[in-house]
Design a protein around this ligand. Structure first.
Ligand code: DTR
Length: 335
């Protein structure tokens, strides 16, 4: 009996010694575990941004917060993401606001053809606008960060050498960018980006109206050998958190999340700007894609053609008593 008791005591001492010798970050079980749902495939920049944010969170909280990620709609799909976050089906979700026409009226200003030249600048401005205007449309959500894709281009199965060739093309688009396609003479087919590759393969659309990154990340370079670099609007995204999940976080974790908002916006914008250029080069080398820049005079004509969308938006927002003029002034000052 004495021998067994002695062995048991020695085992306890040994286990205690091991625990004390192990660095806290490895031995400390996470205090908080969160679910982060995303809608596009893991290869795409919203998921690359998600993984970057998660790594930063786990580092800055010394493993106190663990985040389980669910790309490609594996937990919540694109169209259900706002509802999924509101109902707590996921703690965190990424949305492209253009998929929810009418839900984010004031922030849809960032879909307008205002002349954004890079995702990095547009992303920082988007988050600054959210923090400055605190729009009522976002009051039931916690916005963790925000970013945009680079300016949208036309990619097509069919040759599209100039603006005239856009006429009649069925192009996948969303939100106000679908209106741009219409004004440019195309036929917009609205759907989330995650549904576009199948639509192209089925021949349901001739091409897409989006940014260069997906030429590689969704392999659009293979079916869409032709393109016109029109540099039109960007698509704004927000990363949102369930309010109850947010309120349940320890104060020090909330500070980590808030401090990460702007660095994540800037990091994501810079990443996708560079990645878009890499994707164009990759598409040329792998598939010989022929994406032509729009000549300056044609670009001026294109911007003129879609400019009525800005005044239309401003009138609609004023009718809703939203600060339309102030938002447009804020964006134009930040371009
Ligand atoms: N096409 C826009 C924006 C976008 C650009 N790249 C990606 C990658 C994954 C999802 C969306 C996007 C949109 O559909 O929101």
């Amino acid at each position: 009996m004495l021998h067994a008791a002695k062995l048991s005591f020695m085992a306890c001492v040994f286990a205690l010694a091991c625990a004390l010798a192990t660095p806290a970050s490895q031995s400390q079980a996470a205090d908080v575990t969160l679910r982060f749902a995303n809608f596009p495939p893991a290869s795409t920049f919203p998921c690359v941004s998600m993984d970057h944010w998660v790594a930063e969170v786990e580092k800055l909280t010394q493993g106190k917060v663990k985040v389980d990620t669910f790309p490609a709609g594996t937990l919540v799909d694109a169209r259900s993401m706002v509802r999924g976050v509101m109902r707590g089906q996921t703690d965190i979700g990424c949305i492209s606001m253009a998929y929810f026409p009418g839900m984010f009226p004031l922030m849809s200003a960032f879909e307008l053809p205002l002349g954004f030249e890079s995702a990095e600048k547009a992303s920082v401005l988007l988050l600054q606008a959210i923090l400055k205007f605190q729009p009522k449309e976002l009051e039931k959500l916690k916005v963790l960060t925000a970013y945009t894709c680079p300016p949208a281009q036309v990619f097509s199965r069919k040759p599209v050498e100039n603006l005239e060739a856009v006429k009649g093309l069925r192009l996948r688009a969303a939100g106000i960018l679908a209106d741009e396609v219409s004004l440019l003479g195309g036929t917009p087919v609205s759907m989330p980006q995650s549904e576009a590759p199948d639509a192209i393969q089925r021949g349901a659309v001739d091409g897409v109206f989006t940014s260069l990154d997906v030429v590689k990340d969704l392999n659009y370079a293979e079916p869409c050998r032709f393109g016109l670099l029109v540099n039109m609007s960007v698509y704004p995204f927000i990363v949102i958190m369930n309010k109850k999940s947010w309120e349940a976080l320890p104060e020090d974790v909330k500070k980590v999340f808030d401090d990460l908002a702007m660095p994540t916006a800037q990091w994501t914008g810079a990443y996708v700007d560079a990645h878009g250029q890499d994707a164009l080069k990759w598409g040329k080398e792998k598939y010989g894609i022929d994406y032509r820049p729009l000549p300056a005079e044609e670009r001026a004509k294109a911007l003129e053609t879609v400019s009525p969308l800005v005044s239309k938006w401003e009138a609609e927002m004023k009718a809703k008593n939203l600060p339309a003029a102030e938002m447009l002034q804020f964006i134009r000052a930040g371009l």
